[in-house]
Design a protein around this ligand. Sequence first.
Ligand SMILES: NC(=O)c1ccc[n+]([C@@H]2O[C@H](COP(=O)([O-])OP(=O)(O)OC[C@H]3O[C@@H](n4cnc5c(N)ncnc54)[C@H](O)[C@@H]3O)[C@@H](O)[C@H]2O)c1
Length: 335
Amino acid sequence: MSLLSAARAALRVYAAGAAVILAQLLRRCLGGFAEPAFPPQPERVALVTGGTDGIGYATAKRLARLGMTVIIAGNNKPRAHEAVKKIKQETLNNKVEFLYCDLASLRSIRQCVQTFKKKEMPLHVLVNNAGVMMVPQRNTVDGFEEHFGLNYLGHFLLTNLLLDTLKESGRPGRTARVVTVSSATHYVGKLDLDNLHGSRGYSPHAAYAQSKLALVLFSYHLQALLAAQGCPVTANVADPGVVDTDLYKHVFWGTRLVKKLFSWWLFKTPEEGSWTSVYAAVTPELEGVGGRYLYNEKETRSLEVTYNLKLQRQLWATSCQMTGVPDVTRDVFSR
Ligand SMILES: NC(=O)c1ccc[n+]([C@@H]2O[C@H](COP(=O)([O-])OP(=O)(O)OC[C@H]3O[C@@H](n4cnc5c(N)ncnc54)[C@H](O)[C@@H]3O)[C@@H](O)[C@H]2O)c1
Protein backbone atom coordinates (compact mmCIF):
# COMPACT_ATOMS: atom_id res chain seq x y z
CA MET A 1 0.00 0.00 0.00
CA SER A 2 1.39 3.39 -0.97
CA LEU A 3 1.82 6.21 1.53
CA LEU A 4 -1.06 8.05 -0.13
CA SER A 5 -3.43 5.06 0.18
CA ALA A 6 -2.40 4.63 3.84
CA ALA A 7 -3.14 8.34 4.49
CA ARG A 8 -6.52 7.96 2.76
CA ALA A 9 -7.33 4.90 4.88
CA ALA A 10 -6.45 6.83 8.06
CA LEU A 11 -8.65 9.77 7.01
CA ARG A 12 -11.56 7.46 6.23
CA VAL A 13 -11.28 5.75 9.65
CA TYR A 14 -11.10 9.11 11.44
CA ALA A 15 -14.08 10.38 9.43
CA ALA A 16 -16.11 7.29 10.41
CA GLY A 17 -15.17 7.80 14.08
CA ALA A 18 -15.97 11.52 13.95
CA ALA A 19 -19.43 10.84 12.48
CA VAL A 20 -20.22 8.44 15.32
CA ILE A 21 -18.90 10.88 17.92
CA LEU A 22 -21.10 13.67 16.53
CA ALA A 23 -24.16 11.42 16.66
CA GLN A 24 -23.30 10.43 20.26
CA LEU A 25 -22.83 14.07 21.22
CA LEU A 26 -26.19 14.99 19.73
CA ARG A 27 -27.82 12.14 21.62
CA ARG A 28 -26.19 13.26 24.90
CA CYS A 29 -27.50 16.79 24.33
CA LEU A 30 -30.99 15.41 23.68
CA GLY A 31 -31.18 13.46 26.94
CA GLY A 32 -28.38 10.90 26.76
CA PHE A 33 -28.33 7.12 26.74
CA ALA A 34 -30.92 5.26 28.77
CA GLU A 35 -29.89 1.93 30.26
CA PRO A 36 -32.06 -0.79 28.72
CA ALA A 37 -33.74 -3.36 30.96
CA PHE A 38 -33.38 -7.06 30.23
CA PRO A 39 -35.11 -10.13 31.68
CA PRO A 40 -33.18 -12.40 34.08
CA GLN A 41 -31.26 -15.23 32.39
CA PRO A 42 -30.79 -18.00 34.96
CA GLU A 43 -29.64 -21.37 33.59
CA ARG A 44 -28.00 -19.68 30.58
CA VAL A 45 -24.26 -19.85 29.93
CA ALA A 46 -22.26 -17.17 28.13
CA LEU A 47 -18.66 -17.01 26.96
CA VAL A 48 -17.26 -13.52 26.40
CA THR A 49 -13.89 -13.07 24.70
CA GLY A 50 -11.84 -10.17 26.01
CA GLY A 51 -14.10 -10.01 29.05
CA THR A 52 -11.26 -8.73 31.22
CA ASP A 53 -11.41 -5.11 30.07
CA GLY A 54 -13.49 -2.38 28.51
CA ILE A 55 -16.68 -3.32 26.69
CA GLY A 56 -16.10 -7.05 27.26
CA TYR A 57 -15.79 -6.59 31.01
CA ALA A 58 -18.98 -4.50 31.11
CA THR A 59 -20.75 -7.13 28.97
CA ALA A 60 -19.61 -10.00 31.21
CA LYS A 61 -20.67 -8.08 34.32
CA ARG A 62 -24.11 -7.28 32.93
CA LEU A 63 -24.70 -10.89 31.87
CA ALA A 64 -23.60 -12.06 35.34
CA ARG A 65 -26.01 -9.58 36.89
CA LEU A 66 -28.77 -11.21 34.85
CA GLY A 67 -27.92 -14.51 36.54
CA MET A 68 -25.98 -16.15 33.73
CA THR A 69 -22.97 -18.38 34.16
CA VAL A 70 -20.24 -16.29 32.55
CA ILE A 71 -16.94 -17.50 31.19
CA ILE A 72 -14.39 -14.85 30.47
CA ALA A 73 -12.01 -16.00 27.75
CA GLY A 74 -8.80 -14.02 27.51
CA ASN A 75 -5.02 -14.06 27.38
CA ASN A 76 -4.22 -11.96 30.45
CA LYS A 77 -4.38 -14.19 33.53
CA PRO A 78 -3.77 -11.57 36.27
CA ARG A 79 -6.37 -9.19 34.74
CA ALA A 80 -8.80 -12.07 34.36
CA HIS A 81 -8.54 -13.20 37.98
CA GLU A 82 -9.10 -9.61 39.08
CA ALA A 83 -12.08 -9.25 36.71
CA VAL A 84 -13.69 -12.51 37.89
CA LYS A 85 -13.26 -11.49 41.54
CA LYS A 86 -14.73 -8.02 40.95
CA ILE A 87 -17.71 -9.30 38.95
CA LYS A 88 -18.49 -11.90 41.61
CA GLN A 89 -18.32 -9.27 44.34
CA GLU A 90 -20.38 -6.66 42.49
CA THR A 91 -23.08 -8.94 41.10
CA LEU A 92 -23.21 -11.50 43.94
CA ASN A 93 -23.14 -14.13 41.21
CA ASN A 94 -20.52 -16.80 41.87
CA LYS A 95 -20.94 -18.47 38.48
CA VAL A 96 -18.14 -16.50 36.83
CA GLU A 97 -14.91 -18.10 35.67
CA PHE A 98 -11.89 -17.60 33.49
CA LEU A 99 -10.69 -19.66 30.57
CA TYR A 100 -7.32 -18.98 29.00
CA CYS A 101 -7.59 -18.20 25.30
CA ASP A 102 -5.02 -16.35 23.23
CA LEU A 103 -6.92 -15.40 20.10
CA ALA A 104 -3.63 -14.73 18.34
CA SER A 105 -2.86 -18.46 18.43
CA LEU A 106 -4.95 -21.11 16.66
CA ARG A 107 -3.47 -23.74 18.99
CA SER A 108 -4.49 -21.80 22.09
CA ILE A 109 -8.04 -21.41 20.71
CA ARG A 110 -8.27 -25.17 20.10
CA GLN A 111 -6.98 -25.85 23.64
CA CYS A 112 -9.47 -23.38 25.11
CA VAL A 113 -12.37 -25.11 23.35
CA GLN A 114 -11.10 -28.52 24.47
CA THR A 115 -10.96 -27.33 28.09
CA PHE A 116 -14.42 -25.81 27.78
CA LYS A 117 -15.88 -29.01 26.32
CA LYS A 118 -14.41 -31.09 29.16
CA LYS A 119 -16.64 -29.11 31.52
CA GLU A 120 -19.66 -30.58 29.70
CA MET A 121 -21.53 -27.31 30.04
CA PRO A 122 -24.07 -25.94 27.59
CA LEU A 123 -23.31 -22.69 25.76
CA HIS A 124 -26.18 -20.33 25.02
CA VAL A 125 -24.34 -17.12 24.20
CA LEU A 126 -20.96 -16.56 22.58
CA VAL A 127 -19.80 -12.94 22.50
CA ASN A 128 -16.93 -12.46 20.04
CA ASN A 129 -15.72 -9.25 21.61
CA ALA A 130 -11.92 -9.21 22.01
CA GLY A 131 -9.86 -7.10 19.69
CA VAL A 132 -6.88 -4.90 19.05
CA MET A 133 -6.82 -1.66 17.08
CA MET A 134 -4.18 0.01 14.93
CA VAL A 135 -1.29 -2.00 16.27
CA PRO A 136 2.06 -1.65 14.50
CA GLN A 137 2.63 -4.22 11.78
CA ARG A 138 3.12 -7.57 13.46
CA ASN A 139 1.94 -11.13 13.11
CA THR A 140 0.07 -13.65 15.19
CA VAL A 141 1.75 -16.88 16.31
CA ASP A 142 0.54 -18.49 13.06
CA GLY A 143 1.91 -15.72 10.87
CA PHE A 144 -1.30 -13.80 10.12
CA GLU A 145 -1.45 -10.01 10.16
CA GLU A 146 -2.54 -9.29 13.74
CA HIS A 147 -5.84 -7.46 13.12
CA PHE A 148 -7.00 -10.05 10.64
CA GLY A 149 -5.56 -12.99 12.59
CA LEU A 150 -6.76 -12.04 16.08
CA ASN A 151 -9.90 -9.91 15.59
CA TYR A 152 -11.28 -11.96 12.74
CA LEU A 153 -9.68 -15.40 12.20
CA GLY A 154 -9.40 -16.10 15.94
CA HIS A 155 -13.14 -15.58 16.34
CA PHE A 156 -13.87 -17.47 13.12
CA LEU A 157 -12.10 -20.54 14.52
CA LEU A 158 -13.49 -20.17 18.05
CA THR A 159 -17.07 -19.91 16.76
CA ASN A 160 -16.70 -22.86 14.41
CA LEU A 161 -15.25 -25.06 17.16
CA LEU A 162 -18.06 -24.12 19.55
CA LEU A 163 -20.84 -24.42 16.99
CA ASP A 164 -21.80 -28.00 17.90
CA THR A 165 -22.19 -27.03 21.58
CA LEU A 166 -24.21 -23.95 20.63
CA LYS A 167 -26.47 -26.09 18.42
CA GLU A 168 -27.02 -28.62 21.22
CA SER A 169 -27.73 -25.84 23.74
CA GLY A 170 -30.28 -23.88 21.72
CA ARG A 171 -33.84 -24.96 21.15
CA PRO A 172 -36.72 -23.53 19.12
CA GLY A 173 -38.16 -20.56 20.99
CA ARG A 174 -34.96 -20.22 23.02
CA THR A 175 -32.15 -20.10 20.51
CA ALA A 176 -28.47 -19.93 21.33
CA ARG A 177 -26.83 -16.72 20.09
CA VAL A 178 -23.54 -15.68 18.57
CA VAL A 179 -22.86 -11.98 19.02
CA THR A 180 -19.94 -10.56 17.08
CA VAL A 181 -18.61 -7.12 17.92
CA SER A 182 -17.74 -5.03 14.87
CA SER A 183 -17.36 -1.28 14.49
CA ALA A 184 -18.41 1.72 12.41
CA THR A 185 -14.96 1.52 10.84
CA HIS A 186 -16.26 -1.45 8.82
CA TYR A 187 -18.14 1.17 6.72
CA VAL A 188 -14.80 2.40 5.41
CA GLY A 189 -13.16 -1.03 5.26
CA LYS A 190 -12.11 -2.89 2.14
CA LEU A 191 -11.60 -6.62 1.99
CA ASP A 192 -8.49 -7.34 -0.01
CA LEU A 193 -8.50 -11.13 -0.34
CA ASP A 194 -5.14 -10.98 -2.13
CA ASN A 195 -3.47 -9.01 0.65
CA LEU A 196 -4.91 -10.42 3.86
CA HIS A 197 -1.41 -10.60 5.35
CA GLY A 198 -0.74 -6.92 4.68
CA SER A 199 2.42 -7.96 2.85
CA ARG A 200 1.78 -5.56 -0.05
CA GLY A 201 2.04 -2.49 2.17
CA TYR A 202 0.56 -2.03 5.61
CA SER A 203 -1.84 0.53 7.02
CA PRO A 204 -2.95 -0.06 10.64
CA HIS A 205 -6.19 1.85 9.89
CA ALA A 206 -7.02 -0.20 6.80
CA ALA A 207 -6.07 -3.43 8.61
CA TYR A 208 -8.37 -2.70 11.56
CA ALA A 209 -11.27 -1.66 9.31
CA GLN A 210 -10.76 -4.77 7.16
CA SER A 211 -10.90 -7.06 10.21
CA LYS A 212 -14.15 -5.44 11.35
CA LEU A 213 -15.62 -5.73 7.83
CA ALA A 214 -14.62 -9.40 7.73
CA LEU A 215 -16.46 -9.99 11.02
CA VAL A 216 -19.71 -8.64 9.53
CA LEU A 217 -19.38 -10.79 6.38
CA PHE A 218 -18.62 -13.82 8.58
CA SER A 219 -21.58 -13.21 10.85
CA TYR A 220 -24.05 -12.93 7.96
CA HIS A 221 -22.71 -16.08 6.31
CA LEU A 222 -22.84 -17.94 9.62
CA GLN A 223 -26.48 -16.90 10.01
CA ALA A 224 -27.25 -18.14 6.49
CA LEU A 225 -25.59 -21.47 7.30
CA LEU A 226 -27.47 -21.88 10.59
CA ALA A 227 -30.78 -20.98 8.94
CA ALA A 228 -30.14 -23.42 6.05
CA GLN A 229 -29.39 -26.20 8.54
CA GLY A 230 -32.45 -25.30 10.64
CA CYS A 231 -30.32 -24.91 13.79
CA PRO A 232 -31.64 -23.15 16.90
CA VAL A 233 -28.74 -20.68 16.87
CA THR A 234 -28.65 -17.12 15.55
CA ALA A 235 -25.77 -14.80 14.66
CA ASN A 236 -25.88 -11.01 14.88
CA VAL A 237 -23.40 -8.15 14.83
CA ALA A 238 -23.13 -5.53 17.58
CA ASP A 239 -21.60 -2.11 16.98
CA PRO A 240 -20.82 -0.45 20.34
CA GLY A 241 -20.23 3.11 19.08
CA VAL A 242 -17.14 5.05 20.13
CA VAL A 243 -16.29 3.95 23.66
CA ASP A 244 -13.78 5.10 26.25
CA THR A 245 -11.50 2.06 26.60
CA ASP A 246 -7.85 1.08 26.27
CA LEU A 247 -8.42 0.07 22.67
CA TYR A 248 -7.03 3.47 21.66
CA LYS A 249 -3.56 2.89 23.13
CA HIS A 250 -1.91 2.55 19.71
CA VAL A 251 -3.57 5.52 17.99
CA PHE A 252 -1.86 8.82 17.11
CA TRP A 253 -0.88 10.76 20.28
CA GLY A 254 -3.11 13.73 19.34
CA THR A 255 -6.15 11.47 19.27
CA ARG A 256 -5.18 10.04 22.64
CA LEU A 257 -4.91 13.56 24.03
CA VAL A 258 -8.39 14.49 22.72
CA LYS A 259 -9.72 11.25 24.23
CA LYS A 260 -8.09 11.98 27.58
CA LEU A 261 -9.56 15.49 27.72
CA PHE A 262 -13.01 14.98 26.22
CA SER A 263 -13.91 11.30 26.43
CA TRP A 264 -16.34 11.99 29.32
CA TRP A 265 -18.34 14.08 26.85
CA LEU A 266 -17.74 12.56 23.44
CA PHE A 267 -17.30 8.83 24.12
CA LYS A 268 -19.67 6.24 25.52
CA THR A 269 -18.71 4.67 28.83
CA PRO A 270 -17.79 0.93 28.63
CA GLU A 271 -21.18 0.17 30.21
CA GLU A 272 -23.03 2.18 27.54
CA GLY A 273 -20.83 0.53 24.92
CA SER A 274 -21.81 -2.93 26.17
CA TRP A 275 -25.57 -2.41 25.88
CA THR A 276 -25.84 -3.40 22.23
CA SER A 277 -23.88 -6.64 22.84
CA VAL A 278 -26.05 -7.48 25.86
CA TYR A 279 -29.17 -6.59 23.87
CA ALA A 280 -28.09 -8.96 21.08
CA ALA A 281 -27.28 -11.64 23.66
CA VAL A 282 -30.52 -11.65 25.64
CA THR A 283 -33.37 -9.49 24.39
CA PRO A 284 -36.58 -11.42 23.67
CA GLU A 285 -37.13 -9.02 20.73
CA LEU A 286 -34.38 -10.87 18.86
CA GLU A 287 -35.58 -14.39 19.61
CA GLY A 288 -34.94 -16.40 16.43
CA VAL A 289 -33.72 -13.31 14.60
CA GLY A 290 -30.26 -13.30 13.03
CA GLY A 291 -28.17 -11.67 10.34
CA ARG A 292 -28.70 -8.18 11.76
CA TYR A 293 -26.30 -5.31 12.29
CA LEU A 294 -27.22 -3.71 15.62
CA TYR A 295 -26.27 -0.24 16.75
CA ASN A 296 -27.70 1.58 19.77
CA GLU A 297 -29.89 -1.51 20.38
CA LYS A 298 -31.54 -1.14 16.97
CA GLU A 299 -31.15 -2.78 13.60
CA THR A 300 -29.36 -0.71 11.02
CA ARG A 301 -27.82 -1.39 7.61
CA SER A 302 -24.18 -2.30 7.35
CA LEU A 303 -21.95 -1.49 4.38
CA GLU A 304 -23.58 -2.63 1.14
CA VAL A 305 -20.78 -5.06 0.26
CA THR A 306 -21.41 -7.05 3.47
CA TYR A 307 -24.62 -8.38 1.85
CA ASN A 308 -22.65 -9.72 -1.13
CA LEU A 309 -23.16 -13.49 -0.89
CA LYS A 310 -20.26 -14.28 -3.20
CA LEU A 311 -17.83 -12.28 -1.07
CA GLN A 312 -19.21 -13.89 2.10
CA ARG A 313 -18.58 -17.34 0.60
CA GLN A 314 -15.11 -16.45 -0.64
CA LEU A 315 -14.08 -15.13 2.76
CA TRP A 316 -15.55 -18.16 4.54
CA ALA A 317 -13.73 -20.60 2.22
CA THR A 318 -10.43 -18.71 2.61
CA SER A 319 -10.86 -18.62 6.40
CA CYS A 320 -11.50 -22.39 6.45
CA GLN A 321 -8.25 -22.96 4.57
CA MET A 322 -6.35 -20.65 6.90
CA THR A 323 -7.65 -22.23 10.10
CA GLY A 324 -8.03 -25.86 9.02
CA VAL A 325 -11.81 -25.85 9.55
CA PRO A 326 -13.75 -28.11 7.12
CA ASP A 327 -15.88 -25.98 4.80
CA VAL A 328 -19.38 -27.36 5.40
CA THR A 329 -20.99 -24.38 3.68
CA ARG A 330 -19.87 -25.71 0.27
CA ASP A 331 -22.21 -28.71 0.61
CA VAL A 332 -25.03 -26.78 2.27
CA PHE A 333 -25.21 -24.03 -0.35
CA SER A 334 -24.52 -26.16 -3.41
CA ARG A 335 -27.63 -28.28 -2.78
N1 LIG B 1 -13.71 1.24 22.11
C1 LIG B 1 -14.33 1.58 21.01
O1 LIG B 1 -14.56 2.76 20.71
C2 LIG B 1 -14.81 0.52 20.05
C3 LIG B 1 -15.54 0.93 18.92
C4 LIG B 1 -16.00 -0.03 18.02
C5 LIG B 1 -15.71 -1.36 18.27
N2 LIG B 1 -14.99 -1.73 19.36
C6 LIG B 1 -14.70 -3.15 19.52
O2 LIG B 1 -15.07 -3.56 20.84
C7 LIG B 1 -14.29 -4.70 21.19
C8 LIG B 1 -13.78 -4.52 22.61
O3 LIG B 1 -12.83 -3.47 22.62
P1 LIG B 1 -12.64 -2.45 23.84
O4 LIG B 1 -12.94 -1.11 23.32
O5 LIG B 1 -13.35 -2.94 25.03
O6 LIG B 1 -11.05 -2.53 24.01
P2 LIG B 1 -10.14 -3.05 25.22
O7 LIG B 1 -8.74 -2.85 24.75
O8 LIG B 1 -10.58 -2.42 26.49
O9 LIG B 1 -10.50 -4.59 25.28
C9 LIG B 1 -10.02 -5.50 24.34
C10 LIG B 1 -10.04 -6.88 24.95
O10 LIG B 1 -9.49 -7.81 24.02
C11 LIG B 1 -8.57 -8.63 24.71
N3 LIG B 1 -7.54 -9.18 23.84
C12 LIG B 1 -6.58 -8.50 23.16
N4 LIG B 1 -5.74 -9.37 22.57
C13 LIG B 1 -6.18 -10.62 22.87
C14 LIG B 1 -5.73 -11.92 22.57
N5 LIG B 1 -4.62 -12.14 21.86
N6 LIG B 1 -6.44 -12.97 23.04
C15 LIG B 1 -7.54 -12.80 23.79
N7 LIG B 1 -8.00 -11.57 24.14
C16 LIG B 1 -7.32 -10.50 23.68
C17 LIG B 1 -7.96 -7.73 25.76
O11 LIG B 1 -7.34 -8.49 26.81
C18 LIG B 1 -9.19 -6.98 26.22
O12 LIG B 1 -9.88 -7.71 27.20
C19 LIG B 1 -13.20 -4.84 20.14
O13 LIG B 1 -13.58 -5.86 19.25
C20 LIG B 1 -13.23 -3.51 19.43
O14 LIG B 1 -12.80 -3.60 18.09
C21 LIG B 1 -14.55 -0.83 20.26
